[in-house]
Design a protein around this ligand. Sequence first.
Ligand code: ADP
Ligand code: MG
Length: 236
Amino acid sequence: MTTVITIASGKGGTGKTTVTANLGSMLAYHKKRTYIMDSDMGMANLGLVLGLENMPITLHEVLAGKADIHDAIYEGPFGVSVIPSGLSLEGFKNSDPDLLRGIMADIVDECDILMIDAPAGINHDGIIPLAIADEVILVVNPDIASIVDGLKTKMITEMMGGKIRGAIINRVNRIDDKGTEEQIEKILDVPIIGMIPEDTNVRRASANRTPIVVKYPTSDASRAFRRIASQTIGIE
Ligand code: ADP
Ligand code: MG
């Protein structure tokens, strides 16, 4: 059975794309057939951080009805299948997010996990990935604006009949900061899946077009990603 997981936040810049690229890569490493898809059609970053930013066919062309989804799938780290979005504004304008659900149906039987990197915000294209997922994972930072936006995203997901799996707290100073964890858990009222530390290697890895779990596997953030991948998805 395939599980569709949307990585969402409400606020931009919390780490959705970073989480998608790294968790997706780790799941593939553990032999899960994993697809990661960039549904952030306006600010497409997933391809950028994986060195797949100049692909001829992307989700843009698929959502414009000009290409088949299977022509927009590229191999990423550890064999993860990546569906990038395009960088052009023209492509964004021509994409119809309402086609996402049908496209998902075309690929869902081919993988164990389909992870969707959601856009920020609660526009039409932002809420579709919340509604079509089996579960939504919120990515928040330990600051009040990000937590409030995460809460809003949770409420919208539930209003649409979706399910929140839990929240990842990204960019914490210390991953053993129980006070922060408990506080955020109380406000969001969802399980905390894990905490990822602030780590300069995240940005260095992105600049190298490689996820940190591949480029700097012994770094603190990589350790945290590995723990989350094994605990969340049940990999031993
Ligand atoms: P989003 O997809 O939610 O907009 P990104 O994943 O693109 O967010 O992350 C935003 C920025 O923060 C990027 O420059 C990324 O390298 C950086 N970043 C994300 N997580 C961390 C972290 N744990 N430590 C340091 N920098 C991070
Ligand atoms: Mg992003």
